[in-house]
Design a protein around this ligand. Structure first.
Ligand code: ATP
Length: 331
């Protein structure tokens, strides 16, 4: 048995967490959970967004399954997600977007993995009011952070037998910052002659993604472009309800859906738990439980292919719990 930390989150967080843990239990995943409520509701009651015990649990267990968290707006808080990524140096945000034949979208053959640098760029949150009408924001790109995310992208490509890594940037305008990222990419690419390396400007990438997404394989990019481009890739495969992610550092690993807490549908039992479930599958693979991850993925594919039990975001009418029961029935 392996003990992992679970953050239940806000909005649809508790509903999709319950669904996912029920499926993991039904699949006999050898896991025990230390569960914590975090976010706005926790703050209102106990005065801390993330209780100390929750941090301590993650520091002990090293693996976190995290539901979406709402950072209260306008109270001077830094994003909880950014805080967690920084505190535990979770520098690699990996977001696989793969077509599922049961989900009808304009393209059926997409298999793109985005490697998003997770600790710097404009997300360092350094903004300065120069005068009432002028604000500066600081974009930070370092050799250290760029080197490790780009190396991870190439290593992943090699380990998974993938063909190409594309660097996404805006070095034609941001000549020094994105220029540094691009030059590090070009240098590292020399060490991987077996993998094709190319680079594209981010605006062109967005256009190419909606016209000919099949040309992309692995993509690596600084933080802000990674945030935006990976949401675009989620749209290509059927929406945010289907995009999982891992956030990996040297010592810690956090797995979460790419979507937010979706307050507009919270409490209605209609949220799609698939993105968090696939994140849990990435976690199982990280823990070496390949067979259980495969079994769960197969059950999800069967339910989606059968078609009668889909959540509303995928054009169906099933509740979260019915969808979850259908998956459990096929395990
Ligand atoms: P954040 O800033 O945290 O990303 P957001 O409000 O911008 O939050 P989401 O919370 O991800 O974005 O929601 C965007 C839209 O996608 C909403 O209409 C929401 O209902 C929908 N959505 C997000 N996740 C799911 C899901 N798991 N199932 C169904 N719909 C979802």
């Amino acid at each position: 048995m392996k003990t992992i930390t679970v953050f239940k989150g806000d909005g649809i967080g508790p509903e999709i967490t319950e669904a996912v843990l029920n499926i993991l239990d039904a699949a006999k995943a050898p896991l025990e959970y230390e569960m914590f409520r975090v976010g706005a509701a926790e703050y209102e009651e106990n005065g801390a967004l993330i209780p100390d015990a929750a941090f301590a649990s993650f520091e002990k267990n090293k693996v976190l399954l995290k539901s979406p968290i709402t950072t209260p707006v306008g109270k001077g808080f830094r994003s909880l997600n950014v805080t967690l990524r920084e505190k535990y140096d979770l520098y690699a945000n990996i977001r696989p977007a793969k077509s599922n034949s049961a989900v009808k979208t304009p393209f059926q053959d997409i298999d793109i993995v985005t490697f998003r640098e997770n600790t710097e760029d404009l997300y360092v949150g350094v903004e300065k009011q120069i005068d009432p009408d002028t604000v500066y924001a600081t974009k930070i790109i370092t050799r250290k952070a760029s080197t490790r995310i780009i190396t991870d992208a190439f290593e992943y490509a090699r380990a998974q037998g993938r063909k190409k890594v594309t660097c996404v940037h805006k070095a034609n305008i941001l000549k020094q910052s994105d220029g540094l990222f691009l030059s590090i990419f070009q240098a590292i690419a020399q060490n991987y002659p077996d993998i094709e390396a190319d680079d594209k400007i981010v605006d062109n990438v967005c256009m190419q993604l909606v016209m000919r997404p099949q040309q992309f394989d692995i993509m690596v990019m600084p933080n802000l472009y990674g945030d935006i481009v990976s949401d675009l890739t989620s749209g290509l495969i059927g929406g945010l309800g289907l995009l999982p992610s891992s956030n990996l550092g040297k010592d810690y690993a956090m797995f979460e859906a790419v979507h937010g807490s979706a307050p507009d549908i919270a409490g209605k039992n209609i949220a799609n738990p698939t993105a968090l479930l696939w994140s849990a599958c990435m976690m199982l693979e990280h823990l070496g439980e390949m067979e259980i991850a495969r079994t769960i993925r197969r059950a999800v594919d069967q339910v989606l292919a059968e078609g009668s039990c889909k959540t509303p975001d995928l054009g169906g009418q099933a509740t979260t719990s019915k969808y979850c029961e259908a998956i459990i029935a096929r395990l």
